[in-house]
Design a protein around this ligand. Structure first.
Ligand code: INI
Length: 159
């Protein structure tokens, strides 16, 4: 059993306040990530009342939303969800880069876990496979990542 597994087996979300922010672009995919994240948080003991869901138009808007949520002081972690599917222009790369860089910056600037639940895929089939398909559900993974990261940060505080 790996150390990772031990950590994930002992996740406890009781008392955690989690914000989920989801892009509405490709909502047929992102909606499944959102549902997966909510279900997995609940499974690990996060109260439904402590899970707040917000929406933005697309992944490009995730960083400003995450920044606002982080700065509010009302949440222990932010889970950012979205799906960017490659088209025929460089637009894909600009949206992915801005979103990735922005979310990374918010996490470090605000010292708060901002979990990256953005699918960046070449086509719709790859996105579907990661939104409850053969490759699992990225939203569920992000819920566990948020709780695992919070537990790790707490363990440092407890030293
Ligand atoms: N937003 C996404 O979340 N996914 C996409 O695939 C996408 N594509 O392909 O264009 C997308 N574009 C919108 C973008 O996130 C912004 O909402 C828009 O540019 C306004 O700022």
């Amino acid at each position: 059993m790996s150390d990772d597994r031990v950590m994930y087996d002992s996740l406890n979300g009781s008392g955690r306040k989690i914000a989920i922010v989801a892009g509405l672009f490709n909502d047929h995919i992102v909606g499944k990530l959102r549902a997966g994240a909510q279900a997995k948080l609940t499974e690990h003991g996060v109260a439904s009342a402590d899970i707040s869901v917000f929406h933005v138009p697309g992944c490009f808007e995730l960083p400003i939303a995450a920044q606002k949520l982080a700065r509010s002081g009302k949440f222990d972690a932010v889970i950012a969800l979205g799906a960017v599917i490659r088209g025929g222009t460089p637009h894909f790369d600009y949206v992915c880069n801005a979103c990735t860089d922005g979310l990374t910056r918010v996490a470090l600037d605000e010292s708060l876990p901002v979990v990256f639940g953005v699918l960046t895929t070449d086509d719709l089939a790859q996105a579907e496979a990661r939104a409850g398909g053969e490759h699992g559900n990225k939203g569920e993974d992000c819920a566990e990542t948020a709780l695992a990261t919070l537990a790790m940060l707490d363990s440092v505080d407890a030293l």
